[in-house]
Design a binder for this molecule. Structure first.
Ligand SMILES: Nc1ncnc2c1ncn2[C@@H]1O[C@H](COP(=O)(O)OP(=O)(O)OP(=O)(O)O)[C@@H](O)[C@H]1O
Ligand code: SF4
Ligand SMILES: [Mg+2]
Length: 323
């Protein structure tokens, strides 16, 4: 059985200006021990997808359709009291800049222990013991649980946040831009750490980022999102070397790639659309250099290339055609 299966998820925000279709028919799946990168430009619905899974949406955000199956059980319709039991215990989330959420006047170990006592209902002494084990797991010295946040570097604080996310042995961890605030070296260390942990603990991991270039080494699968929809889904190999969707292709060219020929990264012209009134047909058509008449009229359905590799475009792989 898959760990997570999302079917046709629709999450909209009802605001005074209208209905923001932030996640509009998203489907993907994840197995135990697997890691999935969720990528796309700002505003394409990555965080909304994550907040839908963990049901941490703001009041104006509602799941209006689809299923979120965690070990086969649809958690999209659970009551708040039931979903509360799943947070931390089954699904943990590491937010962007989460390290800044540490309480500056409380020892880090106490903050982790507090979370453990709350969710695991164990004694404080046991929770401190567990905090030390977790510190070891995230490669921090266990004695340092008595430090305050200001005594830690940014990377160490983010490791402590990962330790906290692991506190209740979740099956799934979602990292929303977990390394964005860190320098490139520390970013790589944190991603490698998450990679090591998911293999050791057989957890599923979803890493959300706008930077496709950081996922190659640490993910099994990649879902490319554009304007609230999945543009392409596949293994790292499919997405890096056999991509079919013009958006994936453009997104890859917009970041430097040390493994490929040295070219100046090309930004994608234009900006992602307003999701209150998204473009008709293929939502990428106003920015797509390969758009034809049909693209503005008909929404492209998912086309399967091979097992687990799918894309939504009327002219998949068009950029490979010789003139
Ligand atoms: N609370 C909200 N109220 C109204 N609209 C929202 C709200 N939160 C997000 N949105 C809109 O939903 C869409 C998706 O936003 P989301 O934050 O999921 O994107 P994202 O891919 O995570 O972007 P980023 O890379 O900037 O974090 C955007 O159009 C955004 O403006
Ligand atoms: S469907 Fe048309 S507009 Fe959309 S990505 Fe494909 S070619 Fe471009
Ligand atoms: Mg986001």
């Amino acid at each position: 059985m898959e760990l997570l299966k999302i079917n046709n998820l629709k999450t909209y925000f009802e605001i005074s200006a209208g209905t923001v279709k932030a996640v509009d028919g998203v489907s993907f799946s994840l197995n135990y021990g697997e890691s999935l990168g969720l990528v796309g430009e700002s505003g394409c619905g990555k965080t909304t997808t994550a907040l839908s899974i963990n049901r941490l949406l703001p009041q104006e955000g509602k799941i209006l359709g689809g299923e979120i199956l965690l070990e086969g059980r649809d958690i999209s319709k659970l009551k708040e009291s039931e979903i509360k039991k799943l947070r931390w215990n089954e699904i943990s989330m590491i937010f962007q800049g989460a390290m800044n959420a540490l309480n500056p006047v409380m020892k880090i170990g106490d903050q982790i222990a507090e979370a453990i006592v709350l969710h695991k209902k164990v004694s404080y002494k046991e929770a401190i013991k567990r905090s030390k084990e977790l510190f070891e797991l995230v490669e921090l010295e266990p004695e340092r649980i008595t430090n305050y946040p200001h005594e830690f570097s940014g990377g160490m604080k983010q490791r402590a946040m990962i330790a906290m996310a692991l506190a209740c042995d979740p099956k799934l961890i979602i990292g929303d831009e977990p390394t964005t605030a860190l320098d490139v070296m520390v970013q790589a260390q944190i991603l490698n750490l998450l990679d090591k942990l998911r293999k050791e603990l057989n957890m599923g991991i979803i890493i959300i980022t706008h930077d496709l270039s950081i996922l190659g080494e640490t993910c099994d699968k990649i879902a490319v999102m554009y304007a609230g929809k999945i543009a392409e889904f596949g293994t790292v190999e499919d997405i890096y070397n056999n991509n079919m969707h013009p958006y994936t292709n453009k997104l890859l060219s917009s970041f430097p790639n040390i493994h490929k020929e040295k070219i100046i990264p090309e930004p994608i012209e234009g900006v992602p659309p307003d999701l209150i009134n998204p473009p008709s047909g293929c939502r990428f058509h106003p920015r797509c250099p390969y758009a034809q008449d049909i693209c503005a009229k008909e929404e492209p359905m998912m086309t399967k290339v091979s097992e687990g590799h799918e894309y939504a475009c009327h002219f998949g792989g068009v950029f490979n055609e010789k003139e």
